[in-house]
Write a protein that binds this ligand. Structure first.
Ligand code: SF4
Length: 708
């Protein structure tokens, strides 16, 4: 379906918050301000927008917090001074060259964001991997989707979300686990709600230690103990096998690993699993019955599974349920991971993480490295994976990493164990912060500040959670001297003396990226800005000479991307490796989002309407736990862990499981003070494979705040 054509003052774009990727129509008024509405013609949202999307234009019109010109200081003790772009980039290039010559290419790193446009991801990835000679590029997508990336790769052979949103209206059972889409992916959730309202017999199972708004339409809420997802999924798997509800033809012809899987899931009795999960046997039986009898089955998940020290295994245990029932590659069925950020998917496509190469090529494959190196015409690509997000900050702390370039993200609020990250930036020899807003805490530690253009001030593309690529118009000019991120990186690369960064516009960058995907499984070599503008959006793959709108659903031929072409059913262990509660820290902390804020609030925090929903951080605690601590609703609570302390008001509620407490992740120094930053207490323990942090489980102590 084509998007609206550009009129004299009306433009189409895509919401820059969550990975649902809703289409918007922006109008530029005579006074230069913009207004916004949902795009009625866009297939994702059909005109609907959630509270965050509806208020997006306020964040664009309000320029009060914008960085307007480059700033620099020659010494940490000196104040920042306004400089020209040439001065800022010349000095940055000189410092980077010095470190690279003296300590090697791995002494520098880029830390980017799932909010970057695909073109921005592409050029920064090309710069460091193809020319500097290091793989030290990672993004805040490491904090949200890397466990799903690894899970897909193991199970399906590649990081490939197999479903499309239109599968929602064709499914008759949803297993929503580790996600609260009613708050975090609201427009997608409205589609689920509408489907349920029209078809009351479809079944919705929500798995969450908290009673969230997503439970409102659930037929079954499994309020499991945190960290026991694999045990639950295995118990359901066992019941599906026992009940004869597995797809034996699919397993025999299109999957491998079933025997080992079967052996693992039969190790625990249902009673044992129910005890571990804190659930009744009958509820687990009911879940298995709903899934087993479904004609179309969608598993839907996000951070509750991904942000875990066993996140990859959690993903695999869930994808297993789709595989053993054969619910993949057909309408209304499949694993549907929900992306937290608007373009985490685009970043994955260009290989913008420390362990990826463009178009899902493997860093460990010498032929893949050679292919990309020849295409780029730069230096040899290192086979050594670069530093992941948390590793970068650990390496700054131990001195092995000298310089970091932070682009479009706010790590001192969003990284786990934030005090450690703060120490890291204090110790860093050289910090570049490329940013839109003057609010992020990292600016305090910057040696160079580069003002970036914001959403609607630059053109480019993004990919949403269903592989849908959309074109975002530039609608207004950036204030002051702010530049689009891709242009900043290309100017810097040229200052470094590298060839291949003389793009005249983002369309040329996109064309190069598209060419590099040819003959891979995400092939978009047939795609261009012109086609995207005409069609509004397409779903990859979109090969040369394609005339349709791309590929809504993958694996309809049941040929997976593994060497054997079979999907892999994984016999994963259900051992929890998180920091367990003990006598000193007896409660389990889980963190998450609230409905009207997004990430670290640098945008949503500017909108009064959004702040009215919940205007300060809080700790959700069960009444029984609160009573034991003599802590009343609204009183100040002190939450401590082995890493730090948080002080926020208690919200006493039976919506959380006893023994578990919840903190929202949004607050930091941007709005408030650093004592309401949840990541003061979270753990920088990560999953061995995905390197995704364990935001959903750490041991804490809670007490009532007593004035000294
Ligand atoms: Fe934006 Fe996500 Fe809301 Fe859609 S659901 S309007 S993409 S925040």
């Amino acid at each position: 379906m084509a998007g609206l054509k550009k009129h004299s003052d009306t433009y189409t774009s895509t919401c820059c918050y969550c990975g649902v990727g809703c289409g918007v129509v922006l109008s530029k008024e005579k006074n230069g301000t913009i207004t916004l509405q949902g795009n009625q013609n866009y297939p994702v949202n059909k005109g609907m927008l959630c509270s965050k999307g509806l208020n997006l234009h306020y964040t664009v019109n309000d320029k009060s917090d914008r960085l307007l010109y480059p700033q620099m200081r020659y010494h940490k003790n000196m104040p920042m001074q306004r400089v020209s772009w040439d001065e800022a980039l010349n000095r940055t290039a000189a410092v980077f060259k010095t470190f690279i010559d003296k300590y090697g290419p791995d002494s520098v790193a880029f830390y980017a964001s799932g909010q970057c446009l695909t073109e921005e991801y592409y050029v920064v990835n090309k710069l460091i991997k193809g020319f500097i000679g290091s793989n030290n590029i990672d993004t805040n997508s490491r904090l949200c989707m890397s466990s799903a990336v690894a899970g897909y790769k193991i199970a399906l052979g590649e990081d490939s979300v197999p479903v499309c949103y239109d599968d929602i209206e064709m499914a008759d059972c949803f297993y929503i686990t580790g996600a609260n889409p009613a708050w975090c992916h609201p427009i997608l959730w409205r589609r689920v709600e509408a489907h349920k309202a029209a078809n009351p017999d479809i079944k919705i199972i929500v798995v969450d230690p908290r009673i969230t708004d997503s439970c409102g339409i659930a037929d079954l809420h499994l309020q499991l103990n945190p960290g026991t997802d694999i045990t639950l999924n295995h118990a359901i798997g066992r019941l599906l096998i026992e009940n004869g509800d597995v797809d034996t033809h699919f397993i025999a012809n299109h999957a491998e690993g079933f025997e080992q899987y079967s052996a693992v899931v039969f190790k625990r009795t249902l009673a044992e699993s129910a005890g571990i999960c804190g659930l009744s046997e009958s509820d687990i039986r009911l879940a298995a019955q709903y899934i087993g009898k479904a004609g179309g089955f969608i598993s839907m998940w996000t951070m509750g599974l991904n942000q875990s020290a066993i996140g990859v295994n959690k993903n695999l245990s869930l994808i297993n349920l789709n595989l053993i029932t054969g619910h993949i590659g057909k309408p209304g069925s499949g694993p549907m991971s929900l992306t937290g950020q608007p373009n985490a998917m685009g970043g994955r496509e260009v290989g913008g993480l420390a362990n990826l190469l463009p178009a899902h090529r493997n860093m460990s494959n010498p032929l893949h490295r050679e292919e990309v190196q020849k295409f780029w015409g730069g230096t040899e690509i290192s086979p050594k994976p670069g530093l992941s997000a948390t590793e970068m900050f650990e390496a700054l702390n131990d001195g092995s990493l000298k310089a970091i370039w932070i682009m479009c993200t706010n790590p001192l609020t969003s990284l786990p164990n934030a005090r450690l990250a703060e120490e890291a930036l204090k110790k860093a020899k050289f910090v570049v912060v490329q940013e839109v807003s003057n609010k992020p805490e990292s600016l305090k530690y910057a040696d160079v500040i580069l003002p970036a253009a914001a959403w609607a001030e630059k053109e480019g593309t993004m990919t949403n959670s269903e592989r849908r690529i959309s074109y975002l118009n530039k609608i207004i000019d950036a204030p002051g001297e702010a530049l689009p991120d891709a242009e900043i990186i290309c100017r810097f690369a040229q200052k470094m003396g590298y060839k291949g960064f003389d793009f005249e516009n983002p369309a040329q960058i996109y064309a190069e990226h598209a060419k590099l995907t040819a003959k891979t499984n995400i092939d978009i070599s047939g795609l261009s800005y012109d086609i995207l503008k005409e069609k509004g959006s397409v779903q990859w793959p979109y090969k040369k000479r394609s005339t349709n709108n791309g590929t809504p659903r993958l694996f309809t031929d049941k040929l997976f991307y593994t060497p054997s072409k079979k999907a892999v059913i994984s016999a994963v262990a259900d051992t929890l490796t998180s920091e367990l509660p003990d006598a000193d820290y007896p409660l389990i902390l889980t963190t998450g989002r609230i409905r009207d804020q997004w990430h670290t609030m640098s945008k949503t925090g500017k909108v009064n309407k959004l702040n009215q929903h919940i205007n300060q951080s809080f700790l959700t605690i069960h009444p029984a736990d609160a009573e034991q601590l003599n802590l009343k609703d609204g009183e100040m609570a002190v939450i401590t862990s082995r890493r730090g302390e948080v002080r926020v008001k208690a919200s006493v509620s039976a919506e959380i499981k006893q023994g578990v407490v919840f903190l929202p992740m949004h607050w930091g120094k941007i709005l408030g003070n650093d004592l309401n930053r949840a990541n003061n207490v979270t753990n920088n323990l990560v999953d061995d494979i995905s390197k995704e942090p364990d935001f959903k489980y750490c041991a804490v102590h809670v007490s009532k705040f007593e004035k000294p």
